[in-house]
Write a protein that binds this ligand. Structure first.
Ligand code: CIZ
Ligand code: SF4
Length: 347
């Protein structure tokens, strides 16, 4: 039963004490989050894990790229474990290293040595390593603006992977025109752009988040019509049109803080992952909160981490066996770390 499983998880946690650390991403289910030693976004979690020197086992309740980042940032004595290997990220999967290595020479042929690559942390370690090797940095949704500004002090153009929406929304906020952004299509190995490519300042990888892609202009129009006094807040992984029509946009952390600070009685439609929206609804009964998309938008891969998988992982640990360890090969880790450190030095 659920109670038995919860009791087992609690018991194993107690036995391991400080040797075991469980980070839980904001998009995780309540049945998992209740056991998290820290909650946060992907980078915050990797950073707390790295700082926690006593933890030998880091059971990362999030998705694969987050566990990779934790492995890159933590010491050799710390083992990172992902409770279900199928917990991937559809956005990270939209940019594989073979595609990027096909794109890069074409981009250089077109623009010369004028491009700095940047990658959203929501990407594989191999992509982060490519970016690190080429002088670029990672970004998160909280620091994307700062990092894009920094990138333009280094080169004339940026190549933004793998989320076209975060790239477009960020560059647009910094004054780059939509006509100065081209999309790179990794399936056709070509640009999607009409006009003179030499005008382009930002090359956007054609990737997106399938969860945030579910929030639409129709959803916004519906709220405006039926609840005109409702505030609309969305994550910048939503499309340009959706961000444009909403009242506020920002990272997961920004959304949480905005709702926490909002006055009693205020009304909010939130465009982000379902588990987080439901948690905010529960935590703020004094505010009227709904999902911007009434059908709710779960991240299916995040949801693969559930109580049975968490318990299964911990039971193996208890028996002295490590299952589902995430290890990034040293060469990739070194270059990926360079990209992460360039970000950490600027924010
Ligand atoms: O959309 C995601 O997966 C987010 C916001 C990840 C993160 O950086 O925490
Ligand atoms: Fe990936 Fe989107 Fe899920 Fe985040 S919410 S893990 S970007 S699919």
């Amino acid at each position: 039963s659920v109670e038995e499983m919860e009791k087992r998880v609690r018991g194993i946690k107690e036995n391991f004490g400080e040797r075991l650390f469980i980070p839980g991403h904001h998009y995780q289910k309540d049945e998992v989050i209740q056991f998290a030693d820290a909650t946060g976004d992907s980078l915050q979690l990797a950073q707390v894990a790295a700082k926690n020197d006593k933890a030998e086992y880091i059971v990362f309740c999030g998705v694969h790229f987050m566990a990779e980042t934790a492995d890159i940032l933590t010491g050799d004595h710390q083992k990172v474990i992902l409770p279900d290997m199928r917990a991937g990220c559809s956005m990270a999967d939209m940019a594989n290293i073979a595609q990027v290595e096909r794109a890069w020479p074409i981009l250089q042929e077109t623009f010369g040595d004028t491009i700095l690559p940047l990658t959203y942390v929501n990407s594989t370690a191999a992509i982060k390593a490519f970016v690190g090797r080429n002088g670029g940095a990672t970004v998160t949704s909280s620091n994307a603006k700062k990092m894009v500004e920094w990138a333009f002090t280094q080169k004339e153009r940026i190549f933004f992977l793998p989320d076209q929406h975060l790239g477009r929304n960020t560059a647009y906020d910094l004054g780059v025109g939509l006509d100065e952004m081209a999309v790179w299509n990794p399936h056709t190995d070509s640009f999607e752009y009409e006009g003179d490519l030499q005008k382009v300042k930002v090359i956007l990888w054609k990737g997106h988040c399938s969860v945030h892609g579910n929030f639409t202009v129709n959803n916004i129009e519906y709220i405006r019509k039926t609840k005109p006094d409702m505030n609309i807040i969305v994550h910048p992984e939503c499309s340009r049109e959706v961000v444009e029509l909403s009242d506020y946009n920002g990272s997961t952390k920004y959304i949480i803080e905005t709702i926490e600070k909002a006055p009693t009685g205020s009304k909010w439609a939130i465009g982000t992952e379902m588990n987080l929206v439901n948690r905010l609804i529960q935590q703020h009964p004094d505010k009227e909160i709904v999902s911007l998309n009434p059908y709710m938008c779960p991240c299916l891969t995040m949801n693969r981490i559930d109580l049975p998988h968490l318990l299964w992982t911990l039971e193996w640990l208890e028996k002295g066996k490590i299952v589902n360890q995430i290890t990034v090969p040293q060469e990739i880790a070194n270059d990926a770390l360079a990209a992460l450190e360039r970000m950490l030095a600027h924010v």
